[in-house]
Design a protein around this ligand. Structure first.
Ligand SMILES: [Zn+2]
Length: 440
């Protein structure tokens, strides 16, 4: 008797951990039941993926959905909707909301909220702060928690941890890999006095200079070495840090952002003004080249969007009153597929950075791998589709993207989460059925 599946994906070129193969994928009960499915198998639903690549469901491990916070800018429903439209099956949401996620009560609220409103699956960061150190070992083991996040710079006083003594106490609490925003807060404060309001936006990368980032990372690596606590350095932005971190691979994993692989100073500041301002800043061509070299040699483990929306009005304020942070969750995959088509990385490496990488770094289980038994998360992409990124396509309420007007080749055409197609051809389907992701 012919095998029966809930869903069959026929004729696509599958990006498997061991290479690319044209093969058929069978899905049952939300999981991958088999590869190389027999021709006579039947299914409740069949997707013909001829001419398409079938990737494991892509993961953006770094977004700020501002919920609770400012619903006019972003919410969990709108942000996860943007994610699936952009070809993402999973996002990890940062804790610096208003109020921030710092205790069991707020985490409990968010766990319940996510499973009512999210369009994709979700991992949650919890803020490690000066006042919740005793609770961190419990909080990091919470349902759906991907990591403790520590802001060693550029954060509100309720979550900022700028000094070595407190950073060390946090590293000695708990055991899982901690994700760090690495800049040196003291140097940033000192340098702020060198600039005045209304100066060109280019000043942003002079204020947040290379040494702010490198010094922050040297301090964190010294503490990681002495405590033995693994660290994930988010949005590494300098050639110096990438070089330095190669000597800490027993402790450190590395994220770079799609912005730091795509945009470059001074162009981003001259063209985009406040809409090019983020932390750590977009820098000059030397750092762009170093980021690509680090993608190619394996230094980089994950690529994120650092989707951090603000209102247009806020971004139009003069520097440095315009808040740092750019949108990106919906554009991450199209921009990276364009880089694949330009020959800057392979589709295999893209799947490594957006699937296997996050799974390895955060201890994500059951996802990130197109293999039997794993969650049936898929991103179907058309590598030949040419399209211009338009702000009219953006569903985040803030309504803007720093990639507006960019012509790309390669586009996500379907997102499937645990066997359910949640996006096809720019259309979001069904009802939200997102779940919390699971971690070791
Ligand atoms: Zn961020």
């Amino acid at each position: 008797m012919a095998a029966h599946y809930d869903l069959l994906i026929r004729n696509g070129i599958c990006v498997l951990p061991w290479g690319m193969e044209q093969t058929d994928v069978g899905v049952r009960d939300g999981r991958i039941a088999g590869l190389g499915v027999a021709a006579d198998a039947t299914a409740g639903q069949t997707i013909d993926a001829i001419g398409l690549h079938v990737l494991p469901g892509l993961i953006d491990p770094h977004v700020h959905f501002r919920d609770p916070g400012d619903a006019a800018v972003e919410t969990l429903p709108s942000g996860t909707r943007a994610a699936v439209l952009g070809g993402l099956a999973v996002i990890f949401d940062m804790p610096n909301t208003a109020p921030p996620i710092t205790d069991a009560e707020r985490l409990g609220w968010k766990q319940e909220y996510v499973e009512r409103v999210a369009w994709c699956d979700v991992g949650l960061y919890v803020s490690g702060t000066k006042t919740n150190i005793a609770d961190l070992a419990t909080l990091e083991a919470g349902r759906g928690v991907c990591a403790i996040k520590v802001f060693a710079a550029t954060a509100g006083p309720d979550i900022l941890v700028e000094d070595d003594a407190t950073l060390e106490r946090i590293m000695r609490a708990g055991r899982r890999r901690i994700a760090f925003h690495s800049e040196d807060e003291y140097r940033l404060r000192e340098r702020r006095k060198m600039f005045s309001s209304g100066e060109p936006h280019l000043r942003h990368m002079e204020w947040h200079d290379e040494e702010c980032a490198f010094l922050g990372t040297r301090r964190l690596m010294a503490l990681a070495r002495s405590t033995g606590r693994p660290a994930h350095i988010l949005h590494v932005s300098t050639a110096e840090e990438l070089d330095y971190l190669r000597d800490f691979r027993d402790l450190a994993t590395v994220e770079v952002l799609v912005n730091h692989l795509t945009q470059v100073a001074p162009d981003c500041y001259e063209r985009l003004h406040g809409f090019g301002v983020m932390n750590p800043p977009i820098r000059g061509p030397r750092h762009l080249a170093a980021a690509w070299a680090a993608v190619r040699d394996g230094t980089v483990d994950t690529i994120g969007s650092d989707h951090a929306p603000h209102s247009r009005a806020a971004k139009e304020k003069p520097w440095p009153d315009c808040p740092a942070g750019l949108t990106g969750v919906q554009t991450l995959v199209p921009v990276l597929l364009d880089h694949v088509n330009a020959g800057r990385l392979s589709l295999m490496r893209l799947a490594d950075l957006l699937c296997a990488g996050p799974a390895r770094v955060y201890g994500l289980v059951g996802k990130g791998r197109l293999a039997a038994g794993y969650d049936a998360d898929f991103t179907l992409v058309d590598m030949r589709r040419q399209r211009r990124i338009e702000e009219s396509w953006i569903v985040s309420p803030c309504g803007w993207t720093p990639f507006a007007g960019m012509d790309v080749t390669g586009w996500p055409v379907a997102t499937i989460v645990r066997g359910e197609a949640v996006m096809r051809d720019d259309e979001v389907l069904r009802e939200p059925h997102g779940r919390l992701a699971k971690f070791i």
